[in-house]
Design a protein around this ligand. Sequence first.
Ligand SMILES: Cc1cc2nc3c(=O)[nH]c(=O)nc-3n(C[C@H](O)[C@H](O)[C@H](O)COP(=O)(O)OP(=O)(O)OC[C@H]3O[C@@H](n4cnc5c(N)ncnc54)[C@H](O)[C@@H]3O)c2cc1C
Length: 457
Amino acid sequence: MAKTYDVAVIGGGATGTGIARDAALRGLKTILIEKKDFSAGTTGACGGMIHGGSRYLLFDVETTRLSCIDSGYIQNIASNLIFRIPFLIPIMKDDKYGIEKWEAFLKVYDKFQKYKSGKGHTRLTKEEALRLEPGLSHDIVGALSMDEWGIDVFRLTVLNALSAREAGADIRNHTEVAGFIKTGQRVKGIRVKDKISGKTEDIEARIVVNAAGPWVTKIAKMAGASVKLRPSRGVQIVFERRISNLGMTITAIDGRPLYFIPHEHTTILGTTDDDYFGDPDNLPIYNDDIEYLLTSAQRVFPEIRKYRRMRAMAGLRPSLFEWGKVEEDVSREFEIFDHEKDGASGFITIAGGKLAMYRLMAEKTTDLVCKKLKIKAKCTTHTTPLPGAEENLDTISLSEKFKLPFYVVKRLLFKYGTRAIDILNMIKKDVYQVSITCNCEAITEAELRYCIRNEWA
Ligand SMILES: Cc1cc2nc3c(=O)[nH]c(=O)nc-3n(C[C@H](O)[C@H](O)[C@H](O)COP(=O)(O)OP(=O)(O)OC[C@H]3O[C@@H](n4cnc5c(N)ncnc54)[C@H](O)[C@@H]3O)c2cc1C
């Protein structure tokens, strides 16, 4: 007889993998379904910052507060995956906000820094700022610092899925939810299609959770329910290498804030923020988006066009519906919809939110699942380390022990934490597996084999 799950989660982004982990750790029989690879949606196209979103202080203080608190938890459970991003806010004479206004604003943001191990801001003279960031325009009048954190989003979703699997969950990627099994108004499960074999299958579940990011509207419709979003398209440019020493917040041509984010060996310049009501599977990137970003950045960082652009990426923010606001003022709050009220009992949608509070969103959603199933089990995802993050290993001693270059070991420890030892042992057994398959990132053959064998790659 087919297995009946307590909960089937749709969507392998940060939110869905976070819910699958939380549910499995609470002892629920869980299955996670993702139609592509983990992080294939908005999560994989985001800026990767687990920040409070200082600008949300202007209209959405609670989002800043909750994001900062959850960022603190995420830093503890994923300690190997995070990196500090000290930001500089260079101020130009004719910027929308002068240095005094910016500083007043940062004094408020400083109050939230304690939640995410962040430092308070510092005011810098023009000379000090230019010494730190020589690529800046000499027309700046001064600068301010701001402390943020980044994370490897691709590893984050995989590790959430891995943790869920180790707690008993079934995890399927390249499997698409194509329909719902319903009796009257009661959702009894989902119909899925394996995108590799083409086989369809019915999966029974007592509760189905829709965590499909910008696809939640489409999925809800399949179940006979409805969710309204205000989706917004964000485009970012990825430069081949780090083009600045620090992260930077700059003012765009239309007064909006843009950012440079040093991310691993690359720099990300973003982002646009435009209403988009088209197909989330066919997100366009226009030359116009690229020109807007470059023209805006050039004013503060004049040589920007000389650096090699590796690619551009587009993501769709699954923001909650709001009427009468410009895109960037739309709230980043999240909401959990219990569709019992609109014709689909046993079906829940989570929408909105941010990467920086994905864990909290997962906790609140799983709380509702447990309530509906009358199961009393507490969330532990704020204290239980993700696989590999249980302890921090020393790069130098491991590179000596395994006779491997420092940078190869460092990268493995960053991505895999303590589980890097498994990859290092593969290399020890078969020295050919140390061959580098990607020069940009020093990816070894052993790592590729490990991901294929253990992590659904
Ligand atoms: C340009 C940009 C930059 C951003 N930067 C940041 C940032 O720095 N920090 C921050 O906190 N937030 C940031 N955000 C917001 C953040 O990225 C999102 O809030 C978050 O990643 C959403 O994750 P999710 O899991 O809800 O959705 P997604 O990541 O989109 O996951 C949904 C998943 O559902 C899957 N799916 C869809 N349909 C089906 C189906 N039928 N069957 C099975 N699976 C399906 C998709 O393939 C997808 O993987 C940014 C957003 C954008 C657009």
